[in-house]
Design a protein around this ligand. Sequence first.
Ligand code: FES
Ligand code: FES
Length: 158
Amino acid sequence: MPTKYALLINGRPVSVEAEPDATLLSILREQLDLTGTKYGCGEGQCGACTVLIDGRAHRSCETPVSTLPGKSITTIEGLAENDRLHPVQQAFLDEGAMQCAFCTSGMIMSAVSLLNNRPNPTDAEIVQFLQGNICRCGTYPRILAAIHRAGAAKEARP
Ligand code: FES
Ligand code: FES
């Protein structure tokens, strides 16, 4: 039976009505028009749908809405502050770390999650953390470079 849920998305309280097992991905895309989060496989295998829940990367295609009240959700649309891109977004642009860009928002959200806990990761740590994020265009070398660039920018900030 559809139920009302109070959610906090990108710092904004929103109310949605959905079946308890409706996925966060479907809520974002179909009810809230937050289409930066992509539908890839729909079964937790590609990472295109990655968002942050309480600062950590999660697959929104596998996250039921009923588990989300009281948690803080961040999507790609919530990263920039005013007109200023998040350092990871800027680094992806500066390194040209995308071709079709279908994987990009998921990659960026995973990278933000990694850098939140590990500001200066090694190549091996990046590869391990992002192994569930698939890029069919094969832009992995540029994605690695972008994450290193974002980490360095973060460390350089006072
Ligand atoms: S759409 Fe969620 S992991 Fe592929
Ligand atoms: S840039 Fe096309 S899937 Fe990654």
